[in-house]
Design a protein around this ligand. Sequence first.
Ligand code: CA2
Length: 152
Amino acid sequence: MSTPRRLLLVNGPNLNLLGTREPEVYGTETLADVERLTHDAASGFGFEVRAIQSNHEGVLIDAIHAAREDCAGILINPGGLTHTSVALRDALSGVALPVAEIHISDIFAREEFRHFSYIHDVAAVHVVGEGVAGYARATRLLIETITGRADG
Ligand code: CA2
């Protein structure tokens, strides 16, 4: 079977609040803006994006499992689950798709409890602290990982 030209974009808990609070940390763009920007970045390479945001860990895990069927890679901002969830990490390593981990803020410049990521070493791509623009760069890097080409 040929590689599907589709990515799963996963945004974890509380990221539905983007653009409504803490603009000094997360900027003013909304989750809808993030999803549109990711879609636009992917479509330039002929990829489509299926986007999900949930505040429920099990919903995220089910979406990751389903990606095995029809996606070539996973873009994920796990939100606070980054720092707590072995189960999310196991889901990502279990589906064995290339993963890009994205954080809007620079987690290494914030509280110490944000410095450790359970996702870090199951991800091939890491984009941290570039604001929502980081989703576009992560999309390009993930597609390069999938296609093995620097120009997608
Ligand atoms: O910097 C990131 O993208 C984070 O993944 C965001 C998480 C945080 O727990 C991680 O340490 C770093 C929090 C997402 C909450 O998003 C909000 C957005 C606007 C207002 C309130 C929360």
